[in-house]
Design a protein around this ligand. Structure first.
Ligand SMILES: [Zn+2]
Length: 223
């Protein structure tokens, strides 16, 4: 099953862009979809492409605004009447990109503990220097101790941030304020959703909001 066909998005892609198959920068197929387990608890984020494959293979249902759940067929029928701007349009039919899906078999719960790891620091900070805001090549990103280890700084979520080589060199063994640098965000332990590797919408829909806990809203979003 391949949904790499045509589509339209609110970002206004033209047809030439849509013909570039999967790597389209603004493809609706890459929209983030919230995934619930069968107990209606948010457990993951996936792409619209993956969500539609799960739906088509009957491993998932779409959760609609009114909490009704839909199979691929019923969602497809419903999509025809929707005035949504996010649709996958094929020569034969069109189907709306779901915002939330529910897995029919999966009953596990999301991880309570976010592992303190290099990968998760990179995901939390969105591969961005937390001092100057640049997004350099990954090999030019370093992990900086805000309070240097030589001055008692610990290696914990609250004291490490990504920094580009230039900022890290400029900072040296000083505090940010001593080096004339300002942190763009206060480092903290991320919500597990921020470590899925998927972009979180900057303004999650109201449907997402109903399934996400307060901890999520207190966590900085990836842009
Ligand atoms: Zn920098």
């Amino acid at each position: 099953m391949d949904f790499i066909l045509y589509g339209k998005s609110e970002k206004g892609c033209d047809q030439a862009q849509w013909s570039q198959r999967t790597k389209m920068p603004c493809s609706v197929l890459n929209e983030s979809v919230l995934v619930l387990n069968r107990h209606w608890v948010a457990v993951h984020i996936t792409s619209a492409r993956r969500a539609l494959v799960l739906l088509y293979s009957d491993h998932a249902r779409v959760v609609a605004e009114d909490y009704s759940t839909h199979t691929f067929e019923s969602w497809r029928e419903l999509s025809a009447a929707m005035e949504t701007v996010k649709k996958i349009i094929t020569p034969g039919f069109q189907i709306a990109v779901p915002e939330v899906i529910m897995l029919t078999e999966f009953s596990k719960f999301p991880p309570r503990h976010v592992k303190f790891s290099r990968r998760n620091i990179y995901l939390r900070d969105n591969f961005t220097c937390q001092y100057c805001g640049t997004v350099p090549p990954r090999e030019e990103l370093t992990i900086d101790h805000v309070v240097p280890r030589s001055r008692g700084g610990k290696t914990v979520w609250e004291n490490v941030v990504l920094a580009c080589v230039k900022c890290n060199t400029m900072k040296g063994n000083r505090l940010p304020e001593e080096a004339g640098l300002v942190l763009r965000t206060k480092p903290q332990k991320p919500h597990w959703l921020a470590c899925t590797g998927f972009n979180l919408p900057s303004q999650p829909s109201s449907l997402w909001q109903r399934f996400l806990d307060n901890a999520y809203w207190n966590t900085p979003l990836r842009p």
